[in-house]
Design a protein around this ligand. Structure first.
Ligand SMILES: [Zn+2]
Length: 125
């Protein structure tokens, strides 16, 4: 007669912290804990992505406003005062002159520590 001896995995449920038993590598004590854990992570990811999209949307509004006012440059202090966040962009690379060439969706500009300039909107025609 063979007996299957279940060894304790020694770990704790990642969701509720209760001691785990059963197969090696088990992470959750139940399906409910597994689902709660992943739902919580996915909720936090959605919140983070929503916050990033909100910052990108605000940056786009500010850049649109500058273009509509006929401007192609602004001091960083002014932009920060309006809620612009220079770290939330859709791309950033070095220009041939060594400047930071940044884009926020279809708006592109050169960014220095104190200002942005050469602001333009990509043309799709
Ligand atoms: Zn659990």
């Amino acid at each position: 007669m063979a007996y299957i001896i279940k060894k304790k995995s020694g770990g704790c449920c990642l969701q509720c912290g209760s001691a785990l038993s059963g197969r090696k590598g088990k992470k959750f004590c139940s399906l409910e804990c597994k689902n709660s854990y992943h739902n919580q992570i996915n909720h936090e990811i959605r919140l983070y992505r929503g916050a990033v999209m909100k910052k990108l949307a605000r940056n786009t509004e500010i850049l649109t406003s500058l273009i509509n006012d006929g401007r192609d440059s602004a001091k960083m202090d002014e932009l920060l005062g309006l809620g612009f966040d220079p770290y939330y962009l859709t791309s950033c690379s070095k220009s041939t002159t060594g400047h930071d060439l940044c884009c926020c969706f279809d708006f592109c500009f050169i960014r220095t520590r104190t200002r942005i300039f050469n602001l333009r909107r990509k043309s799709f025609k």
